[in-house]
Design a protein around this ligand. Structure first.
Ligand SMILES: [Fe+2]
Ligand SMILES: [Fe+2]
Length: 237
């Protein structure tokens, strides 16, 4: 007999269970394998990331890239490789940010406007920040790291990007969390995840930030982005 400790975390706190498994010498069937711990913001979402889980993962990836850009090129890279490494990191940031903001526009801000009292004011401010960021990211596309504008734009984006993420997480998320049921939060998370698969990989600052884009012009824009990405090997290591 083998004892396995399983830790579950939820809003009610941390609970530890002890499970017993027979050692039969036979590989356990998938249904008897040890459960995988998946963090969730609420008790109901055992296996499904909710809207806040999905967005937090994106934010952490962006913040990691911003920290790396701020601290400069990795000490291990040869000086000739440093500009190329920074250009690649900015390219990665542009792709991740573009997909993230596109699905926020399509699914997240409409939910905030619809469900949160004062949601329009919260969403308007955030969308304004996002539009400003899109212009900066658009200017960075294809810019060489030795161009004086490169570092200036990156510095501005680091500060504004952090401010935007902090605004969403501290001013908007708590309000939406109060307004959504666990099921609704899961459902929104699923829509965000699905939407990201077909989202544009470039910022498109001149396209109005309106929901519905992913369903109408979005697929054509996203497809064109991905064709250009494939041709140029953009986003590839
Ligand atoms: Fe955003
Ligand atoms: Fe965000």
């Amino acid at each position: 007999m083998t004892r396995v400790r399983v830790v579950s975390r939820g809003s009610a706190g941390t609970v530890t269970h002890t499970l017993e498994r027979r050692s039969s010498g036979v590989r356990p069937s998938p249904s008897r394998a040890a459960p995988i711990l998946i963090r969730s913001d609420h008790e109901g979402g055992e296996n499904m990331p909710n809207v806040f889980d999905v967005l937090r993962e994106d934010h952490q990836e962006v913040l990691r890239a911003l920290a790396e850009l701020e601290s400069g090129p990795p000490a291990t890279s040869a000086s000739a490789e440093q500009p190329a490494a920074r250009e690649k990191l900015v390219e990665h940031l542009i792709i991740e940010e573009s997909k993230h903001e596109a699905v926020e526009e399509e699914f997240f801000w409409p939910a905030v406007r619809d469900r949160v009292p004062d949601g329009d004011r919260l969403a308007d401010h955030a969308v304004e920040q996002e539009q400003a960021a899109k212009h900066v990211l658009n200017d960075l596309i294809g810019l060489k790291a030795d161009d004086p504008k490169f570092d200036e734009l990156v510095r501005g984006f680091i500060a504004d990007g952090r401010e935007h993420i902090a605004y969403e997480e501290t001013s908007v998320w708590p309000e939406l969390r109060k307004a959504l049921s666990a099921e609704e939060a899961d459902d929104l998370g699923t829509r965000l995840q699905q939407g990201k698969k077909a989202a544009p990989t470039r910022p498109h600052p001149h396209t109005p930030p309106k929901p519905g884009l992913l369903k109408t012009a979005g697929p054509a824009i996203a497809a064109a982005d991905r064709v250009r990405d494939a041709v140029t090997r953009r986003g590839k290591g």
